[in-house]
Write a protein that binds this ligand. Sequence first.
Ligand code: G6Q
Length: 563
Amino acid sequence: MSSIESSLDAVLHASPITGTPEWAALDKHHAELADVHLRSLFAQDPSRGETLTVETDGLYLDYSKNRVTARTVELLVALAERVRLREQVEAMFTGEKINTTEGRAVLHAALRAPADTVIEVDGVNVVPAVHEVLARMSVFADKVRSGVWTGSTGKHIRTVVNIGIGGSDLGPAMAYEALLDYSDRSIQMRFVSNVDGTDIWEATHDLDPAETLFVVSSKTFTTLETLANARTARAWLIDALGPDAVPFHFVAVSTNTEKVIEFGMDSANMFEFWDWVGGRYSLDSAIGLSLMLAVGPENFREMLAGFHAMDVHFRTAPFDRNLPVLLALLGLWYRDFFGAQTHAVLPYSHYLGRFPAYLQQLDMESNGKSVDRAGRPVSVPTGPVVWGTPGTNGQHAYFQLIHQGTTLIPCDFIGFVAADHEVRDGGTDHHVLLMANFFAQTEALAFGRTAEQVVAEGVAPELVPHRTFAGNHPTNTIMADRLTPFVLGQLVALYEHKVFTQGAIWNVNSFDQWGVELGKVLAQRIIPELSADTVDGGSGKLAHDSSTNTLIRRFREAGHLSG
Ligand code: G6Q
């Protein structure tokens, strides 16, 4: 047993974190700080806006508008040390099977490692295979983008439809939108995930099959939604162009060659990845093929370089200067000590419109756990509800609750110095308007507006309580020069490692997702029950609870299915 394995074992079976002196110290510190206002913290230390900041490769984090002092950070770092975070990080990066419930290594970092890196799983260096697949993807993407690869009738591919769901959809869909400005606008990407027939219908009804390429993305190649959509897409294509057209218009991304062949696809048209890539961590594997088709191999590699830069930072920077670790510790501070149930991520970039939805899966599927790695109930609240939409839209909707509601909602504000497009409203640059709001919001959330200030403005006395802002709402500000492929890679890896760090401290397995299984199993049981010619035959022999039985009967009696 290696020293990492033995220390991991110790971490796994460690007694609950709440029983440690580090937790007790934080508890005590929280009691002292709970009622301290950010106004006082800034008054006591006017330079905190300069000191409570960290930067790595141009990505800047200002965490000064958090309800912390330097002492809080020290105590939180001590907690990270207590769970041997550094060793846990090394265990992941060196291919230990830290996904213990599935017996798998967790090596998304290998997907962006330079070609000369050695990372072994079961004694085999996985990095050469990663680069081989990347090279194949690049050749294929170049062919499609240049028109060397055509449809069966010789027409150029104009639309790529990615069929996948969950981790095989959210990453590429988010990144395509984020990097739209880097994409070849003559090829459009569409993403189909939902088993609701509307999704595939809307994605294909106006397309010319002769100009359409389907990328069927599925790690397992057994996922109900993806296979149903892929079968429908194939039938749609065959209907127009005949069965011989399929190899020109379908490629697969999967770990499961057998199932890809069984589906009727040529393994030569398959791009591989491996069981040590978790679905929600797979954007930079072959699952990113649609993205590469859109932005080209060079931009894709730039994105991987951004991921790698953040990997190196996470692995080497001291915890109190480490962006992912700091975000994780701050999140845990609010979740476990202030009882915050949700965390908002608010990108002030229209291109990052899907980033919060992507993070929802990354965070909530990873740390939405109630037992620890040894199977015991956790002793503290784990992953928060993650949500958000791009600024400034949210300001005109739910920001009211963040400013004046009764719930504490820590927020990450993400913004960029440079505009993506020079757009002026006749006089003022839109980016100035956007960023003025970006800065104003964190200022308003932190400092609010006191009753005295409101009175001094001449507001009628009965309106003063309504016009007062308590402030003391914590925010992180994350800024970069511009949203480039490199920066997108940095941002995604930042949150990946944040989630890892929180999971490591909570001692949960951030890499399984058993919670999504039960619904899938029950749906399989219900599928035949919805057809008139099966067992039940409408005779009332459904064996669910009375609610589910009645709902199913109501659906059937209304004749929603012809079968
Ligand atoms: C992600 C999950 C899940 C998965 C989908 C699709 O971490 O495992 O979202 O990505 O269920 O699975 P397939 O890629 O196997 O179709």
